[in-house]
Ligand binder design. Structure first.
Ligand SMILES: [Zn+2]
Length: 90
């Protein structure tokens, strides 16, 4: 009996930068948002094989709300903010 374990939806988050302080439209706190690239993977035996969806988002550290940004907006935010070599997290 052979089991093939595959799945969709495993996500990895790569932090690109931190924004200047902004007001969160969800929790109404003034905070520093994280700009992240979120990749969703097709997995086989829990190993990430193919990235099938990539989105960029500003993430509120307080309420964890995601504000999606386009690739162009993301590039603009990156050029506006100081580069941040922060770590990668799952
Ligand atoms: Zn918030």
């Amino acid at each position: 009996m052979v089991f093939i374990l595959f799945g969709f939806g495993k996500k990895s988050v790569k932090w690109l930068a931190k924004t200047p302080e902004m007001i969160c439209s969800n929790c109404i706190n003034v905070t520093i948002f994280g700009l992240a690239k979120i990749t969703t993977w097709f997995t086989l035996f829990f190993i990430k094989i193919i990235p099938y969806n990539t989105q960029r988002a500003l993430i509120c550290p307080i309420c964890n709300t995601h504000i999606e940004v386009s690739k162009d907006e993301c590039a603009k935010l990156l050029s506006d903010t100081a580069e941040d070599e922060s770590s990668e997290a799952e």
